[in-house]
Design a protein around this ligand. Sequence first.
Ligand code: DC
Length: 231
Amino acid sequence: MSEKKIIIAIDGFSSSGKSSMAKQLAKSIGYRYIDSGAMYRAVTLYAMQKGLVSPGVEPDTEAIIKSLPEINIGFEVTDGGQSTILNGSNVEKEIRSMAVSQCVSPIAAIPEVRHALVAMQQAMGSEKGIVMDGRDIGTTVFPDAEMKIYVNASAQTRAQRRLSELIDKGVATTFEEVLANVISRDHIDQTRAESPLRKAHDAIELDNSTMTIEEQNEWLLDTYRNIASQL
Ligand code: DC
């Protein structure tokens, strides 16, 4: 297999299973994994902590833009995988809460927020050997990525997966609430003016609605091997 390090961009809808696949692939091939959605969630958590947004309330866009220089985001490898660090604190659990999920899409639609995070993401990928997942990785962050995957699955399938994850974490919610959140985020992610979610022209599409996690992981590793062998 080629030793040349590449950039792997995995984009798709929320709860499409792309993070689990991306994480597993990075582990299998010894690459760094970056969850770009966690970075948008960390900015959202910071804005919530400062009272600049809350569920059902429009974000204070100007104040959020002004606070961007105060926000420092990093990742730390832990026993349980990877944790997101916001200004020195481990916020991995808080950024996955329903409240953050409800507030994140309008914040991720603010152009200045996107520009700041895209610059950080590009710096993280400057040495390649990285698997990054998100919405605009293959289109905006790394348009020249050697491997691009676009993951899809029905909203119902994704809501069911997200519900199971939340129940495992002890979060009280219902299928209807999760489905409504998934549909609303899909809509905002696809219709925002700045870097909307869309398939890059050269991305390989994967609909994993009827695939097991093992099948997805195998498919992704085979796809990587195939691309790497041609470099
Ligand atoms: O993948 P996720 O559900 O953790 O993403 C959280 C939010 O961040 C989601 O509403 C879409 C947004 N996002 C984005 O706009 N661009 C990315 N590269 C990653 C996530």
